[in-house]
Design a protein around this ligand. Structure first.
Ligand SMILES: Nc1ncnc2c1ncn2[C@@H]1O[C@H](COP(=O)(O)OP(=O)(O)O)[C@@H](O)[C@H]1O
Ligand SMILES: [Mg+2]
Length: 300
């Protein structure tokens, strides 16, 4: 495809050229905001904070933004904060929260009022009213995003900051049309030749001291200690198949108590059994699971 055709296609689907953004209500794409625009940005209340970021609500020309700065209480997470910024830039697409700008270490992204996918399931009235099909669509989107990350413009990427179901779904946001985008890319690792950078997921020594995490049985078996794996140095090198092992638990969580939960889980049982295989290389790809999900979705 010629460059002019790519640009035209981008315009048609509402995508902006690299380095530019467009929020709903804006007619044209414009370059990312920089320190020069800081006078037009009004910082309001604090939204939330995690280990790496403090997130505040901000306004720019009537648009709501999330303004993230490094969390001063955890200076050793600065590297994670910067990694997130770099990943957001590289992976801009319909699967990832929109980057709007950057001023030194402050990062501006599109604000999503419905909050994280985890908060949405836990406490949103909109979620409570969702039927089985609508909730299953959330799981389908989750799979689509995993598929994108596993075959992304920045290589095969795996979500490491995913120790428990509730923490994992809090790395995603729900848009106003109940779509899902990935937001927290602090610990998104590269997999090359089947081996993940850093070998094991973050701060693994911490996992060994957390019976609540290990007790949830959410982690892939290769991430857990066993009789033959008592120390960190015994742990095998991970890859993106840790994300696949976690899919059935995430889907069950997203379906919640909707009527028909068990019927849909029964239909998904064959593909879910494949996701739960002990041997990571025997687990299906995100794309394959998504196909199985699409088939089930078409029956509801
Ligand atoms: N764009 C956004 N819109 C709405 N809420 C957000 C947005 N970005 C972050 N948040 C809120 O801030 C919290 C922390 O953000 P996150 O990127 O997960 O930081 P950390 O890396 O510190 O965990 C999220 O759990 C969410 O509640
Ligand atoms: Mg987070």
């Amino acid at each position: 495809m010629k460059l002019s055709e790519i640009l035209l296609l981008g315009k048609l689907i509402g995508a902006c050229p690299e380095g530019e953004f467009k929020l709903s209500g804006m007619k044209e794409c414009r370059p990312y905001l920089t320190c020069e625009d800081i006078n037009d940005i009004k910082i309001r209340r604090k939204i939330n904070s995690g280990m790496s970021k403090m997130v505040l609500h901000a306004k720019w020309k009537g648009h709501s933004l999330a303004y993230s700065i490094p969390n001063k209480n955890y200076p050793d997470r600065m590297g994670d904060f910067r990694h997130n910024a770099s990943m957001l830039k590289k992976l801009q697409s319909k699967h990832v929260v929109k980057l709007v700008g950057q001023c030194e270490d402050a990062l501006l992204t599109e604000f999503h009022e419905q909050g994280t996918l985890g908060d949405f399931v836990e406490s949103s009235a909109v979620y409570k009213e969702m039927n089985l099909r609508e909730r299953f669509k959330l799981a389908h989107r989750y799979l689509e995003i995993l598929g994108f990350l596993h075959d992304s413009p920045a290589g095969t990427r795996v979500m490491c900051d995913t120790n428990m179901v509730k923490g994992t779904v809090k790395q995603y946001l729900v848009t106003k049309d109940n779509d899902v985008v990935v937001n927290d890319l602090d610990d998104l690792r590269l997999v090359e030749n089947g081996e993940m950078e850093g070998k094991i997921c973050g701060h693994a020594e911490f996992l060994f001291s957390r019976p609540d995490i290990l007790g949830e049985n959410f982690l892939a078996p290769e991430q857990r200690p066993s009789k033959t794996r008592r120390t960190i140095s015994d742990m095998p090198i991970l890859n993106e198949k840790i994300d696949i092992y976690k899919v059935p638990a995430i889907t069950a969580y997203l379906l919640g108590d909707a009527e028909g939960h068990n019927d849909i889980m029964d239909l998904l049982a064959p593909i879910h059994q494949a996701c739960l295989r002990e041997n990571p290389s025997k687990r299906p790809s995100a794309g394959l699971i998504q196909k199985a999900y699409s088939k089930v979705l078409s029956r509801f």
